[in-house]
Design a protein around this ligand. Structure first.
Ligand code: FAD
Length: 476
C-alpha cells in the first residue's frame, strides 16, 4: 500500500474539467459531519458527477495522483464511513446527481437505477408500476440506494424480504483503478466464478464506487394487518413471533421489539402522539402481517394474540383499524432513533445475536452497563425478527454529556463481549466504517481479517478507496 498525497492544483483543475461547473460544490456541514457528531470529515474538493463515465475518469485521475476518494450517498451512515477525518484531505465523491431510473420491468420484477437515487424514490418508482421495493427505514428519504448497498442495510421489512444484498441482482461498479464493471444482470441464477456483486455489497466504498444496480421487486401486498402489543418481556416477544409466524403461515413482514423507555422517549419526541395500548408495559412489540386477504390476515393475527394472552405472554394489544393507525404505530417506532437525542448523550450498539438469545443478551447487557455506570438508561429496541437489537444507552438524567460519551469505548467493549459470547455480531446493519474498525480487529476471526486485508490489497492496490474505513489505512 502506498502513502497517499494531498490533491494539488493540477489534479483539482483536471477534476473540475471532468465534471464541469455543475459538478463542483462547496462542501456543506452535511457533507463533512456525521449525525452523531463523533467524526468531522475533510474534503479537498466535493465532486458531483452526472454519469458513470465521469466517475471512472475521476477515479483514474485520483489513482494516478495517489489521492484518496470517499464515496458519499446521503450522509446518513451511522459509523463514520462517509467522513474521513485524518490523512491528506480526500476527494469527496457525491452520487447525488446520479439518480435516474434506467429501466423498470414489472414483468421481470426488476428495476435498474443509478446509485444516488434515494431509497424512497426507488420505492416510489416501483409503486408507479404496481410493484413493491421493500427496503425501508427511517432515513429512506435521504439515504441513497448506493449507500444502502454499500453498507448492506436492513430495515424494518428485512424479516420478510431480506437485507439490501438479498434485494440486489446486479451492479455497475467503477473499480479502484477506474475501470467500469458492467454487472447489471437481472439473472436469478449465475454461477460463473466468484460473486463480485456480493463482494462490493457491504464494502462501504473501500473497494470501488457503486454507480447503478438492478433491484428485485415484489408484488404489492393486497392487505396488511398491524398490532401494537404489550408483552411481558423479550422472551414473551420471541414466543409471540413464533406464534404469529405459525398462525399466518410465515406472513410476518415487521416484528419490532421496543422497551418501555424507548417508547416513552418516542412519545415525548412526537408531539400529539399517545401510547396505542391502554396499559403501559415494560416491553412492546410492533407486528405487521402482509398478504392477499384482509379478513384472513386479521383472523390469523387475532388468533396468535389470543393464544399469547391465554399464555400470559401478552397483556394488551391495539389492532390497527385502518391505514392511518398502522402508519401511526410505525411512525412511533421510526421516531425512536431521533427521539434519544433529546435525552442527552447516547452510546450506541447495532448488534445481532441468534433470535432465541435476545432475552439473555438484553438481561446481561443491562446488568453490565448499569453496574459500570450507575443510573445510565438502557434503551433497547430493534428488529427482533432478525435478532438485531439497537442496544443504546442514554446518559444518567442530569449527568455531564461529554463525560458520559467519553465512556463510549469502554461501554462498547462490555456489550460486545456479551454479544460475541452469545455467538453474535458487533455490526448487524450499519457496517464497520471508522467507528468499529478497532472492534473488528479485536473480535474478528484472524483468518477472516487476513482475507479481508488481502482482498483490499487485490482490488484497491493503491489504497485510494475510502482510506481508513473498515480496515486501517496503513494495514498491520
Ligand atoms: C434515522 C436513521 C434510521 C436508520 N435506520 C436504519 C435501519 O433501520 N436499517 C439500516 O440498515 N440502516 C439504518 N440507518 C443507517 C443506514 O446505513 C443509512 O441510512 C443508509 O443505508 C446509508 O445510506 P447513505 O446514502 O446515507 O450512505 P452514506 O452515509 O453517504 O455512506 C455510507 C457508506 O457507504 C459508502 N457509500 C455511499 N455511497 C456509495 C456508493 N455509491 N458506492 C460505494 N460506496 C458508497 C460511504 O463511503 C460510506 O462508507 C439509519 C440511519 C438513520 C439516520
Amino acid at each position: 500500500m502506498t502513502m497517499l498525497n494531498e490533491a494539488d492544483h493540477s489534479l483539482l483543475s483536471a477534476l473540475r474539467a471532468v465534471v464541469g461547473e455543475a459538478g463542483v460544490q462547496e462542501p456543506t456541514e452535511t457533507h463533512l459531519t456525521e449525525r452523531r457528531g463523533l467524526f468531522r470529515g475533510q474534503a479537498a474538493i466535493l465532486l458531483r458527477p452526472a454519469m458513470t463515465a465521469q466517475v471512472a475518469e475521476i477515479v483514474r485521475l485520483c489513482a494516478a495522483a495517489r489521492v484518496g476518494i470517499v464515496p458519499w450517498g446521503g450522509g446518513t451512515g451511522l459509523v463514520g464511513g462517509q467522513v474521513m477525518p485524518d490523512g491528506p484531505a480526500p476527494v469527496l465523491l457525491s452520487l447525488e446527481r446520479m439518480r435516474a431510473v434506467r429501466a423498470v420491468s414489472p414483468e421481470q420484477n426488476t428495476l435498474t437505477v443509478e446509485a444516488g437515487a434515494p431509497v424512497q424514490a426507488v420505492q416510489e418508482a416501483a409503486a408507479a408500476v404496481e410493484r413493491l421495493f421493500p427496503l425501508s427505514y427511517g432515513s429512506q428519504g435521504t439515504a441513497s440506494i448506493g449507500g444502502g448497498l454499500a453498507v448492506n442495510s436492513g430495515g424494518l421489512q428485512a424479516i420478510r424480504y431480506g437485507v439490501a444484498r438479498d434485494l440486489c441482482l446486479g451492479l455497475e461498479v467503477v473499480t479502484a483503478e477506474g475501470e467500469v464493471w458492467n454487472g447489471l444482470s437481472s439473472l436469478r441464477k449465475d454461477n460463473t466464478g466468484y460473486d463480485l456483486r456480493d463482494l462490493y455489497i457491504g464494502s462501504e466504498g473501500t473497494l470501488g464506487v457503486i454507480t447503478a444496480a438492478v433491484l428485485r421487486l415484489y408484488p404489492v401486498p393486497g392487505a396488511k394487518a398491524a398490532a401494537f402489543v404489550s408483552v411481558r418481556d423479550p422472551a414473551a416477544a420471541v414466543d409471540l413471533l413464533n406464534r404469529v409466524q405459525e398462525a399466518s403461515n410465515g406472513a410476518v413482514a415487521v416484528f419490532e421489539l421496543m422497551s418501555q423507555r424507548a417508547v416513552d422517549f418516542g412519545l415525548a419526541y412526537q408531539s400529539g402522539s399517545r401510547l396505542p395500548v391502554e396499559t403501559p408495559s415494560p416491553w412492546y412489540v410492533l407486528c405487521e402481517v402482509w398478504g392477499a386477504g384482509q379478513e384472513r390476515l386479521d383472523a390469523d393475527l387475532l388468533a396468535a394474540l389470543e393464544g399469547a394472552m391465554a399464555g400470559g405472554e401478552v397483556s394488551d394489544a391495539a389492532i390497527a383499524m385502518n391505514e392511518g393507525q398502522r402508519a401511526g404505530f410505525r411512525g412511533l417506532r421510526e421516531a425512536l432513533s431521533d427521539a434519544q437525542t433529546r435525552q442527552g448523550g447516547s452510546i450506541k450498539h447495532d448488534i445481532s445475536v441468534p433470535i432465541a438469545a435476545v432475552p439473555t443478551f438484553i438481561r446481561r447487557a443491562d446488568e453490565a452497563v448499569t453496574r459500570f455506570i450507575p443510573g445510565c438508561r438502557p434503551v433497547p429496541f430493534g428488529h427482533l425478527g432478525d435478532g438485531n437489537i439497537h442496544y443504546n444507552v442514554t446518559q444518567p438524567d442530569g449527568a455531564d454529556r461529554d463525560g458520559f460519551i467519553a465512556q463510549w469505548g469502554a461501554v462498547n467493549d462490555l456489550v460486545h463481549d456479551i454479544v460475541v459470547d452469545l455467538g453474535g455480531s458487533i455490526s448487524a446493519e450499519h457496517g464497520i466504517g471508522r467507528l468499529k474498525r478497532e472492534s473488528l480487529v479485536h473480535y474478528a476471526d484472524p483468518v477472516k481479517l487476513s482475507l479481508l486485508r488481502r482482498l483490499k490489497s487485490a482490488l484497491d492496490p493503491l489504497g485510494i478507496m475510502n482510506p481508513g474505513a473498515v480496515l486501517a489505512a496503513e494495514g498491520p
